[in-house]
Each structure stands twice: as C-alpha cells, then as structure tokens.
Design a protein. Structure first.
Ligand code: SF4
Length: 210
C-alpha cells in the first residue's frame, strides 16, 4: 500500500510539472477527501455550478456536498431525458464548471472524448472558471495512448455504467461503431490553458473514475 502511495505521489509531481508548463493551475490532493476539501474551498456558496457527468466528481462526494450547501446546480444526468439538453446548455453558462478528464499526457495535455460535446465545450469556452478533478490513473504517455485508453478502457466501462449496449461494452475494446448511442463523436486535446478560461486541475494521488 505504501509503495502504491509513493508511486502515486511521484506521478502527481510529474503531471503537475507538465500541466503547469502548459499554463494550468494545479493543486495536488493526497486523497479523495482532500480533493473534496480543496474543491469546496474554491467554490463560493452563492455561485451556480455546472457538472459534466463525471464519475470522479461524484466519487469524491462533491455533488452531494454542493447540494447540501445549496449551490444552484446543473447536472443533466439527474434530469428527465427530455430536459437534458436544456440543462446541458445551463451547464455551459454557469459560473463554474466542474468535470473530470479522460486522460492527461506526460507533456501536460488534457485529452477527452464526448458523445454530445457539452462537456468538452464547457471545458474550453464556457464558464470562466473550470475545475478539473482527476486521479493520477488518468495519466498516459502520449495523445495516441490517451485515445487508446479512452476507447478501450474508459468507454467500455462507461457504456456498462450507462446501460448502453455498445460493442465496446460487450468485448472491452473499441469497434469504431456506428451506433446511434456512440459515445465517441468529438475528440479534444487541450494543449495549453485556453486564454479566456481559468482552469484549475485538482490532481488526486489515487485512482478515480475510469
Ligand atoms: S466508437 Fe463505439 S465501440 Fe468504440 S469506444 Fe466509442 S462507443 Fe465504444
């Protein structure tokens, strides 16, 4: 256990340095509990918050905590299907957007694949302030590895989680499907901090999300 902790710490340092070189603000948290505390301190009680359907954000307990505090919250996955599009738009115009990331490369790029595109749009040109929460397990060597990881590790698990009968959920690998429920329509690579968006990454020395 101690060895793993040391390893995660080392990864945290490595990714922090690379992300900072690309202009992102990075805060390292040694545990999910510390990540929750760090995020809460960054979010005033009276601001509206959009959340991008991230497993990591829910795992650390941030959604529940924000509900308890009474922040106006936009979380499309909690809405009825016919209202989701409207809530996604509200996420885009909220004061703060909170999300995970599918992958972080060793040279400090954020790589994401979306089905609808609301999450990636909000990450780069939506709310002025974006908080990305990610376990060090999201670290990969290159953009190519990031895409492989997303399609062959994250998507099959997300597909199972969402109860979608996609080919990747059946075999654990991507089949470049043509399904109407396909989760991979848009791939983004944020190479540097976008000039008009304040992005803070809370890097957690633990495994979170898929
Ligand atoms: S393209 Fe289709 S099969 Fe491949 S990961 Fe995406 S949803 Fe799964």
């Amino acid at each position: 256990m101690e060895v793993k902790k040391e390893y995660y710490k080392m990864l945290g340092k490595r990714f922090k340095k690379a992300l900072e070189k690309n202009g992102f603000c990075v805060k390292v948290a040694s545990s999910p509990e510390e990540a929750l505390e760090t995020a809460i301190q960054m979010i005033p009680q009276d601001v509206s918050v959009g959340i991008g359907g991230s497993v990591t954000v829910r795992q650390i307990g941030l959604v529940d905590e924000l509900k308890k505090r009474g922040n106006p919250l936009y979380a499309h996955w909690e809405a009825e299907p016919e209202q989701r599009s409207q809530i996604r738009k509200k996420e885009l115009t909220s004061d703060i957007f909170i999300t995970g990331t599918n992958a972080i490369t060793l040279d400090g790029k954020l790589v994401n694949i979306d089905g609808v595109g609301n999450r990636v749009a909000a990450m780069m040109y939506g709310p002025k302030k974006v908080i990305v929460i990610a376990g060090v397990n999201k670290g990969v060597e290159s953009v190519e590895d990031a895409i492989k990881r997303i399609k062959n590790i994250a998507s099959p698990q997300n597909s199972l989680r969402l109860g979608r009968l996609l080919p990747c959920a059946k075999t654990g690998k991507c089949h470049d499907c043509d399904s109407p429920e396909r989760m991979c329509s848009i791939t983004t690579i944020i190479e540097k901090k976008p000039p008009e968006t304040d992005i803070t990454i809370i890097l957690v020395e633990d495994e979170l999300g898929y």
